[in-house]
Design a protein around this ligand. Sequence first.
Ligand code: ADP
Ligand code: MG
Length: 957
Amino acid sequence: MIRQAKGKTPRRPAKKPSNNQKDPVGVYCRVRPLGAEDEECCIEVISNTTIQLHAPDGLKANRNGEFKETQYSFKKVFGIKTTQGELFEDVAKPLVEDLIHCKNGLLFTYGVTGSGKTYTMTGSPGQGGLLPRSLDMIFNSISPYQAKRYVFKPDDKNGMEVQNQVDALLDRQKRDSQTTVPKTPTTRRIDPEFADMISQEEACKADGVDEDSSYSVFVSYIEIYNNYIYDLLEETHIDPIKPKPPQSKILREDQNHNMYVAGCTEVEVKSTEEAFEVFWRGQKKRRIANTQLNCESSRSHSVFIIKLAQAPLDADGDNVLQDKNQVNVSQLCLVDLAGSERTSRTRAEGSRLREAGNINQSLMTLRTCIEVLRENQMCGTNKMVPYRDSKVTHLFKNYFDGEGKVRMVVCVNPKADDYEETLLVMRFAEMTQEVEVARPVDRPICGFAAGRRQRNQAFKEELTRRLEERGGPLDGESPTVLNQLLQSFPPLPPCEISGPNDDVTLPRLIEALEKRHKIRQMMIEEYNKTANMLKSVLQEQDSNLLSKENFIQEQRGKLGEKDKTLQNQKNEIDRLEKKSKMLEYKIDILQKTTNIYEEDKRSLQHELESREQRLQREMSEKRRMEARMQGIVTDSKLKWEKECERRVNAKQLEMQNKLWVKDEKLKQLKAIVTEGKTENRQPQRPSREKDKVPAKRSASPSPVPSTYNGSQSSLSSLEPIYNFSQTVRPDPHFLRPGSVSVASCISEWEQGVPQSRRQGSQSPPDCRKRAQGLPDSLSRRRGRCWARDVPVQPAETGPPVRPLHRRSHSAGGERWVDHKPTTNVDLDTVLQPNIPNSIKVNAPNEKALSKCDKYVLTHQELASDGEIQTKLIKGEVFKTRGGGQAVQFTDIETLKQENPLAPSRKRRSSETGPDCESNEGDWTDVQTRCSVAMEMRAGSNLGPGYQHHGYQKRRKP
Ligand code: ADP
Ligand code: MG
């Protein structure tokens, strides 16, 4: 509301009454019908608030489907069938009502060229637009209460003065003399172009018009083109020959910070027709100016401003109150904006380009201002709105700052060609809706009682009637107020003049009249006093009421704000709740996924573990297998190694033996041959005599030439205890052939298998090892020993052994360990060695060994013929380096009883035939050479080193 005051009225501190209630900019959408030449439609009205844009087919293909159907919502959408009247009802009528109730309004049409902005704003004959309808409604509402012309007079500072009756009358007279136009048109249709714009039936009227006020309407019409303001109602002398270009106007800010066009013509109009006439004048001028400026109307903004001035009537209800503070001016701006199309579409060139740029610039500024406003309001920021960047926005700055209602009609042409520009228009329009402007407050009540005009009217009528009645015969029958009043005065004295010299009556009358006059004066004074008192009381109460109402308004505003905050918070809570729900849902899903993964992990781990276990098992199995295989391999390797060695050794021994035997035989043969030459006549027989010729034998190259008797024998230590030779000799048939090898003897002894005389039988490895461990020479020497199988006479024939026979060599310093295992069968003296000065033991021990230097083991076993044969295994006792005792076996004697009737003996005898001598020789030569050593370590009590194979084997018999 713009309240104007005359002169230098100080700024009202409460210029903008605190009102926190805000309304969004009302944006309406009007869709014009498709032109006859246009075919494709890109807009569809979905509901009375929503439209949908369809991208034209070509565009869809080009933009790769970027443009789809988009919907836009507005306060209301008017389809192609909407009439101008319907649109006015919804869009402009409330603004006109506001105008009449001292509130400002701004209504503009926005859209591309040809979308129907001008049609909507101005209309065409028979289809008046918003502008003529608004004017019509205003005059329909206020015409009974219009002030006389020039009572309200605009000053040149956007203010409004109230002139007194005389000045107004003078101005009126001046105007009448200047113009020839009739003061009040007799008909509504003054211009054919506006003929039938609004039919009488469509006329509408505002409700609640304050009848106690006086009104006056002023109109201005300006054009903003190229960011210049032109006054379209300016009375200029147009020179038809050399027309001057129109002068542009500037914007100013009045004392109330309202923007106005300085020096702009404001024409007071008293009727719709007159207003039309003025508008039409402006239109005509616009057309002329546009031709002068080479401008199309679509490139300029036109602003039609309707100002309504109103002031309360005085207390009498007679005249406009001569109080400048009580004048209210409200205005409604109807703006037909320039086409919002882009520069490219205008096909501008040169100066046109600049022009188009400016048009776009002003619309761009409008967009920017709206954007900043919205941002400030939504985000609580305080950015500066660039109103000053263009004249349009600068002029309407106050509206957006909260000086009135703002409404916009977005006009759209549904043709497909406009699609892209329409899209931009829609986006701007949607954004504009989000801007809120403060709701204008109600007009404050003036200090007078309502209904003055009517009461005054009624009073006047009544007075006239009464006066008329008084003008008739005074019968005094009806006691009227006037009569009562007249009667209250002192009665007039008789006023009949008696004559020319009557100087009593007239002075008396004069006196009475003076008295009456005095009374009247007093009454008037009284009345005035009372009236003033009442007035002041009323005014006081009115101001009280006003302040109360203001307070209420304030509180309402606060409440509204609180409500809004609450609503905002509610919305925020809703949003957050939604978000939290969403997040919860997400968490749920994630939890589930995690569970699944964990389960997977567990099962995989389980599988891994089981596989590891299996692997472990398999590994250990493998290791075991390996070990087993290793064992088997080593075992078999060892076994085979041993076997091979054994066989090799056996073979070696055998071969050596054979060699030796052959050698011996050869020697003997040689000897025989040489002897045969000398003793030809005494052919040698294999007889006992042969035994008597030791020379022969001594001549033999036996490696052991000495026999039992040879005390000087190198093997004296091996000297047998018994002189078997004497015992055996008488029966050489019992002698077994000496072809038995040492190896077989050892083998027999080692294995304890006397029955089997097979050569090469298996021998324990230890023994062989020891044998191998002997020095080569000794081994060779001793390896050639063989066992003497001593045939023994059967027991009944008497023991062939003379136990008391002591060999000369053996008797003496040697001491023997006589080892007789307990398991031996007691054969009494038969086949038993009897060694004097010996230590008899059942098991060898170190103590006994340490005392002796000879060792003999009596070993019994079962011969192949079932007889017990006794073997005397002899050895020498050494002191080992470690302090222990070792036994080195040197000889084996076999004592055996044989049955002379046994077939073997026969064979033997036959066998022995020619070889007897040699056998005998063999026998006499028997020097057992055993290379088996036994070792007893120091400190050990028959430790593992002492292993006499006879022990184990001898149990077998
Ligand atoms: P703008 O002012 O936006 O450039 P106009 O108002 O001049 O567009 O409209 C262009 C043409 O379209 C005019 O001939 C007008 O009569 C017609 N027109 C516009 N809107 C309508 C409507 N709603 N109904 C019928 N005709 C219309
Ligand atoms: Mg237009």
